[in-house]
Design a binder for this molecule. Structure first.
Ligand SMILES: [Fe+2]
Ligand SMILES: [Fe+2]
Length: 393
């Protein structure tokens, strides 16, 4: 198969996006950045064959050739001619059938702390992604670049799908523990208040800041899927794997949108502390709700133990005369069994993600992401990531 595209002018964002997609699978490393010094870009040639993609972008400075082998699959690059589109995001609808069975809170019994942490992510995702959908709708009039508008639309729709799936998951938990409805309402309220009380530019920075941390964090998780996800309930594990893989897929979107509308690294960095204070506050609301509404025998751990400040407070209470620690269960950490080096790499990635000039396109990607896209494109049932083969055979 040979597909070629006509010569056409493109803007800097499209050039950067084509570079990002093309370079994701380039064995030769990253080609030069077409945004440097250039003021005009032309997509001069785009040839897609069965096993390679050749893209030539000409600028008023020089011409850039990208020769890639998209079938490599390791990085999650799209394995077909989608390199020619401005956004490579796919909106995938998922049904994990959470209404059909009793959704366990302790979905990975081998790691109760991770089970609880991931459940908190489900609650957070509903509120956060609801905020994103409202935000993009509000920001649309300010997005003048049609390529960025397309990116924003695909980003919003992908996040909308995540939110819908997490609602089904949380609904299943609420069926078993009705008090968690209050927790969900409280989490959503936190984000609704943020939407009502902050300007669009703040929420664009919030989204860009938080989303930038996802790739290193989710890489750590997906690289350790054999212990964090595989031993767990397959539908719940598959929900998180799908979501995290798509977060890796759209890792640049929020920053592209922020840069298009606000374009101030300084502002993004300045608001970061308040952004992460808010995120941690919301996760705390969810974890406190778990301690309150889910019996200890079902959650097995103190859900608040993921917060160092809480663990320190508990230690102090144990040591000081006249005080007693709260009796909410043991306090293991979700990543206790993961390698320290890997955790430090993830931490380094989180810090780097907040620095000026950060480009998520350069991030190292989890192998599982490439595998997930390949299987999805082949029609594998990704809602049963670990058991689909045995179910269908
Ligand atoms: Fe998401
Ligand atoms: Fe996202």
């Amino acid at each position: 198969m040979l597909i070629s595209a006509p010569v056409r002018p493109i803007n800097s964002t499209a050039a950067a996006t084509i570079r990002r997609v093309a370079s994701a699978s380039s064995p030769g490393g990253l080609p030069p950045h077409p945004r440097l010094r250039a003021t005009r870009w032309t997509l001069a040639q785009a040839l897609v064959t069965a096993d390679s993609v050749k893209v030539i972008i000409q600028t008023n400075v020089q011409s850039y050739d990208y020769l890639t082998q998209p079938s490599g699959g390791r990085t999650g690059a799209r394995p077909n001619n989608e390199v020619l589109t401005v956004t490579e995001l796919h909106v995938r609808k998922m049904d994990f059938a959470f209404a059909d069975y009793d959704v366990p809170f302790l979905w990975n019994p081998q790691n109760p702390a991770f089970s609880s942490m991931a459940n908190a992510v489900s609650f957070l995702a509903i509120g956060f992604e609801k905020m994103i959908v409202q935000l993009i709708n509000q920001a649309k009039p300010q997005i003048t670049d049609p390529e960025v508008a397309e990116e924003a639309d695909a980003f919003m729709r992908q996040e909308g799908q995540h939110s819908t799936a997490h609602r089904q998951h949380v609904k299943g938990l609420i069926r078993r523990y009705p008090g968690l409805q209050q927790t969900l309402d409280a989490v959503i309220r936190e984000f609704d208040e943020l939407t009502a009380s902050t300007p669009v530019k703040y929420r664009l920075a919030y989204t860009a800041d938080l989303e930038a941390t996802f790739t290193p964090v989710f890489k750590l998780m997906l690289d350790n899927d054999s212990t964090l996800f595989a031993p767990g309930d397959d539908r719940v594990a598959s929900l998180f794997i799908w979501h995290f893989v798509e977060e890796v897929e759209h890792r640049s979107s929020a920053l592209i949108i922020f840069n298009s509308v606000v374009n101030s690294e300084l502002y993004r960095m300045r608001v970061a502390p308040s952004v992460f204070r808010h995120v941690l506050r919301v996760i705390r609301v969810a974890c406190a709700g778990f301690n309150e509404h889910v019996p200890l025998k079902d959650r097995q751990v103190d859900a608040l133990s993921m917060f160092a400040s809480y663990r320190n407070q508990q230690t102090l209470r144990r040591l000081l005369p006249g005080l007693r620690p709260a009796d909410n269960g043991t306090m293991p950490r979700a990543f206790d069994d993961l390698g320290l080096k890997e955790q430090l790499v993830a931490l380094g990635g989180i810090i780097r993600s907040q620095t000026p000039g950060h480009n998520p396109a350069h991030e190292k990607l989890p192998d599982l992401a490439g595998e997930w896209f390949r299987r999805y494109d082949e029609g594998y049932d990704v809602t049963r990531w670990y058991t689909a083969d045995s179910v269908s055979s």
